[in-house]
Design a protein around this ligand. Structure first.
Ligand code: DGP
Length: 117
């Protein structure tokens, strides 16, 4: 998509600190890290959100999880990690291109409470 920021990163039109790339998936460090390791994993193909995953495009999601497992070893996340997908308004999705946050190297909290007013 022309005006999608993650499509622009996937096309190399906007710089990103890449940690993984293949034909269908890109991994790069989040601009606003929420953990010592905070990587975004995206399909290069534009999929707006997790609500738009279909039988036709879902194989890239399995591939993203394979990449996450590989990166967890390379980035030293042997103690564990969290994979987050924010979807839609209530999910607090801010970039309308499917992405998974891979967060690690700190202990996470649970459950995810609403933001403070
Ligand atoms: P979400 O709230 O789940 O839609 O997360 C979007 C994330 O994308 C957020 O953590 C900040 C990150 N982000 C937004 N724009 C850019 C960018 O241009 N470059 C990088 N590296 N990250 C970005």
């Amino acid at each position: 998509m022309d005006d999608c920021i993650f499509c622009k990163i996937a096309r190399g039109e906007i710089p990103a600190n890449k940690v993984y790339e293949d034909e269908t998936v890109l991994g790069f460090y989040d601009l606003d890290p929420q953990a010592p390791v905070h990587v975004l994993l995206i399909p290069k193909e534009h999929i707006a959100s997790a609500a738009e995953i279909t039988p036709e495009n879902s194989s890239v999601v399995a591939h993203i999880f394979e990449v996450a497992a590989k990166l967890s070893k390379e980035l030293g996340l042997a103690n564990g990690f969290r994979i987050v997908n924010n979807c839609g308004r209530d999910g607090m999705q801010s970039v309308q291109h499917l992405h998974f946050h891979l967060l690690g190297k700190r202990r996470m909290g649970w459950p995810p409470f609403p933001p403070e007013e």
